[in-house]
Design a protein around this ligand. Structure first.
Ligand code: BTN
Length: 244
C-alpha cells in the first residue's frame, strides 16, 4: 500500500453510491483518487443500513487506497479519516462539542454529523464519507439523531469550500500520522477520541453489553470492561452509546 496525498479529484453529477462506484472501477483508477458525487441515489451505511443526504446540502465522497493486501486495513484506515473530519469540523464548530464515536462516527452535540463506511474490494480500500453540511429534511427515515454543520454553527457554508477543506484535512492527517504501516491507526484514533474509562452500552444483534471502555486493539476492535463481573470483552461490531 502506498499512502499518498489525494490529488486526483473526480466529480460526478449522480451515482448510486460513491463507494459502489469505486468498488466497480477503482482498480483501474489512480491511487490518489477522491470521488465526489453531487447526488447519491442508493447511499450505503454501516451494518447494511441506508445513508441519506440531499443534493447541494450534503457531501458524498469516497477515497481510494489501492494495493492493499490485508483486508483488515479497511477498518484501520477508516480511523484516520474520522480524525480528519473532526479536524476539519473544528475550524467551524466549537471543538469541545465534537466527539469521535467508535468505530468511526463523528458526532456533534451528541448527534451524528458524518458517517464513514470503509470497504475492502479487489485489493483496494474505499473509504466513503457522508457529511451533513447544510440543513435538509430527509426523504427517508433516519433512525438516530442527526445534525448538520449549518445548524451547529449558524453558517450557510459554501459546499465546494467544505469539499476542498475535507480533502486538505485528510491529506494533512495522512502526512502527520502515516508511515507505511497501518497498525498504529486504531491507537492514534483512541488517543484522539479521549474515551478511556467512559461508560458505554453496546447494542448488538442479539445482546446488549454494559461496561466501561478499556482500550482498542491493533485491528480496531474496542475492548470493554463489563459492568457485570468486570471481565473484558472485544467488540467487533454494533452500535456503541457513550453514557456520560
Ligand atoms: C454510516 O454511518 O453508516 C456510514 C455512512 C457512510 C455514507 C457515505 S456517503 C458517501 C459514501 N457512499 C456511500 O454509499 N456511503 C458512503
Amino acid at each position: 500500500m502506498r499512502m499518498e496525498k489525494f490529488s486526483n479529484v473526480i466529480e460526478l453529477e449522480k451515482v448510486d453510491s460513491t463507494n459502489t462506484y469505486l468498488k466497480k472501477y477503482g482498480r483501474h483508477m489512480d491511487q490518489d483518487t477522491v470521488l465526489f458525487a453531487a447526488e447519491q441515489t442508493d447511499g450505503k451505511g454501516r451494518l447494511g443500513r441506508n445513508w441519506y443526504g440531499e443534493k447541494g446540502k450534503s457531501i458524498f465522497s469516497s477515497f481510494l487506497i489501492r494495493d492493499v493486501y490485508d483486508n483488515s486495513d479497511a477498518v484501520r484506515l477508516s480511523f484516520l479519516f474520522s480524525i480528519a473530519v473532526k479536524m476539519m469540523l473544528s475550524k467551524h464548530i466549537d471543538h469541545s462539542k465534537i466527539i469521535l464515536k467508535w468505530p468511526n462516527d463523528v458526532m456533534v452535540s451528541g448527534k451524528k454529523i458524518c458517517g464513514i463506511l470503509s470497504e475492502y474490494s479487489k485489493e483496494c480500500v474505499i473509504v466513503g464519507i457522508g457529511l451533513n453540511v447544510l440543513d435538509f429534511i430527509p426523504e427517508g427515515e433516519i433512525s438516530y439523531p442527526f445534525t448538520t454543520m449549518e445548524s451547529e454553527s449558524g453558517t450557510a457554508f459554501d459546499i465546494e469550500n467544505i469539499k476542498s477543506e475535507l480533502v486538505q484535512s485528510v491529506n494533512q492527517v495522512f502526512t502527520r500520522y502515516c508511515t507505511n504501516c497501518t497498525k498504529d491507526m486504531p491507537l492514534i484514533w483512541f488517543r484522539e477520541a479521549g474515551i478511556k474509562d467512559l461508560p458505554v452500552t453496546v447494542n448488538q444483534k442479539d445482546k446488549m453489553i454494559e461496561g466501561h471502555i478499556d482500550s482498542i486493539d491493533e485491528l480496531g476492535s474496542l475492548i470493554i470492561r463489563k459492568s457485570s463481573g468486570g471481565r473484558k470483552e472485544k467488540i467487533f461490531y454494533g452500535d456503541v452509546i457513550y453514557n456520560d
